[in-house]
Design a protein around this ligand. Structure first.
Ligand SMILES: [Zn+2]
Length: 237
């Protein structure tokens, strides 16, 4: 079996594409030769949408990556090996996660730069963004300050770019790995997401093209999760 081409990494703004079914399991887990559907992972939820075959619609209800294969779960049987399908994303859902993902990088960059905090996890959700980090001193005022700094950046037309660097080149960039524990696997190349003048991070997610697209963020809740572990929730407005 050949591996699917991840078109969503090459162009975050692709909403439709044609593809061929290269594998199908239990009638509803579909692997395509190329796909625009983002699989659940890296704190970004899966895309939804549909596959069309000769006027028939198969709704994509979950997308995951299993043993390196991007598997699309559809809501009914009927697809077979070799079928040509037209893929359409639920763009509203995806674009929300693109804005959220870029927002999370900007907030992380401001907080980490300003306080030396280390990111320990983050999860985008439809109605909020969860962000975990380790930091000794912690109060709501500090967080509000970094939310404000991020919001100032979201008022500017700052470009967001992505490109591939060799592992060596990428790991030479200070702060490229924001996660405290997650170190990239031993692969020759890393995809880098750069918010020009603000942040560069090794990342496999989808992002907007300009910080202006994000809008603004507001702090929802801040929690202590142990001695140095902190959790905040914020949302797009
Ligand atoms: Zn990311």
């Amino acid at each position: 079996m050949t591996t699917s081409r991840a078109l969503y990494l090459e162009d975050n703004f692709l909403r439709e594409c044609d593809a061929t079914v290269i594998s199908i399991k239990d009638g509803k887990y579909v692997v395509l030769d190329q796909t625009i559907f983002y699989p659940n992972g890296g704190g970004q939820p899966y895309d939804t949408g549909k596959l069309l075959k000769n006027g028939e619609t198969f709704n994509v209800i979950y997308v995951g990556k299993f043993s390196g294969e991007i598997s699309h779960e559809v809501d009914r049987p009927g697809l077979t090996f070799g079928d040509r399908v037209h893929c359409i994303l639920d763009w509203e859902r995806r674009y929300l996660f693109m804005r959220s993902h870029t927002a999370a990088h900007v907030f992380a960059s401001q907080l980490c730069l300003g306080t030396g905090a280390l990111v320990t996890g983050n999860q985008l959700e439809v109605d909020k963004i969860r962000f975990d980090f380790s930091l000794e001193k912690f109060d709501r005022e500090i967080l509000e300050e970094y939310i404000e700094k991020a919001n100032e950046l979201f008022k500017q037309d700052i470009p967001v770019k992505s490109y591939i660097l060799s592992r060596g080149e990428a790991l030479n960039i200070p702060g490229i790995i924001k996660m405290a524990e997650a170190f990239p696997p031993d692969i020759p190349n890393l995809r880098v997401v750069e918010i020009v003048g603000v942040d560069r991070q090794a990342d496999g997610g989808t992002h907007v093209k300009s910080l202006k697209e994000v809008g603004q963020i507001v702090l929802l809740k801040a929690e202590n999760k142990g001695k140095q572990n902190r959790r905040v929730y914020f949302k797009l407005v």
